[in-house]
Design a protein around this ligand. Sequence first.
Ligand code: UGA
Length: 449
Amino acid sequence: MAKLAVIGCGYVGAVTAACFTDLGHTVECIDIDATRVAMLQRGIAPIHEPGLEPLLRAGIATGRLAIRSTYPERMDAEIVFIAVNTPASQEGAADLRAVRDAVTSVANRLATGSIIVNKSTVPIGTGDLVAGMARRTGMADIAVVSNPEFLREGSAVHDFMHPDRVVLGSTDPAAADRVAALYEPLGAFIQRVDIRTAEMIKYASNAFLATKISFINEIASICESLGADVTEVARGMGMDVRIGAQFLQAGLGWGGSCFPKDVRALAHMAAVHGTHPQLLRSVMEINSDQRLRTVQKIRAALDNDLERRRILVLGAAFKNDTDDIRNSPSIELAKLLQLEGADVAIYDPVVPAERIHREAPTLRVAETVAHGAFGAHALVLATPWPEFKTLRWDELGTLMARRTVIDSRNYLDAAAVVEAGFSYTCIGRPSLETPATVLESEFAMRRAE
Ligand code: UGA
């Protein structure tokens, strides 16, 4: 079993450390954020990630997982994973300060023969930069391997333990062998390439998945104009193994901390190196238009006027099973609705209210769905949390000023919503109406009583 270190305890670093500990290795995790470290030391994950806390606690209990906020004088790790964040500027250029700091910090603490493995998503060519820095900073001979990460937030532990493939980029076959040995128990295919190719596989994978979603969102718009049902179109397409069923759910578009940053960064890299990234730009444009199309649908469902309309947005996280609201389509949608004069509340079963307030100070945060639904003219499903599927629509309807549902993820049971007297608008397939759509007068009468 190997001695490992992980620099950066965000979702990639924490999951990598917890999972390698579970596989029997000894792992030292270092993060400069003392609050995060204090939480992790008590076995509390800094992010909502199913299955992570039990692994952290088990690792700490066995003594094989240690978490600290400062670097020791010497590091005895044989392999060090760099998993720090690489935020992007508005234009898409990646900020590599955290990667540089991590490499400088570890390079002169490691012994000869150790390996720096880069897991952070970094611009193509960064591996060479890291190798150069390690050579200049360290006194020892250190190899560099690129090992891009394909974990999804919300299923990161499962994804780590069941990878579709492991990509290793290196010019040092012996170093790549030693990293490959760590992944052997997982039984995945290990693809060996050069460092730049490994870095590119990561960007190309995320860009392709984002493209798939933008593609189906464009098809959804065409379906709407021509009277077809995008959910059945996607099902029919997805059964073709050349296409595949995943990432064909039309909706509010993609968000999160990865796709927006990585598609923008790839387009930026392409442009600064003289290539015209036409497709990537369209993919981004379709994605932001998707939010605007959804606003238009909500406006149309509310008699073309959002001024002072009370709207409850269901879900703040950028997708379900995470408490991450970075580039969340739900919050972007809520802000767009506010710009049209709507009085918007948002409810999320997991994201803490203060985090939403920090991101969107003028949004009202509802404590419960019923609380947010009281007096609302419309409910907008934005994040597909399972608990929204079992909402008691008849009960919610009695609280609302008007029974209108806009399902921007095609997630709800449309028949149940309509049966409770709501109008139901969705994406890329016919909307459903009931005769008892507008209940404003009924609500006004009840309030007067
Ligand atoms: C994504 C990739 O899926 C991971 O492989 C990668 O490791 C990760 O980025 C990363 O670079 O770190 P993640 O951002 O966690 O993972 O989330 P996804 O599950 O990929 O979803 C991204 C967005 O696409 C979400 O907003 C989701 O709601 C949206 N989406 C996804 C759709 O709109 N339709 C779909 O069919 C699928």
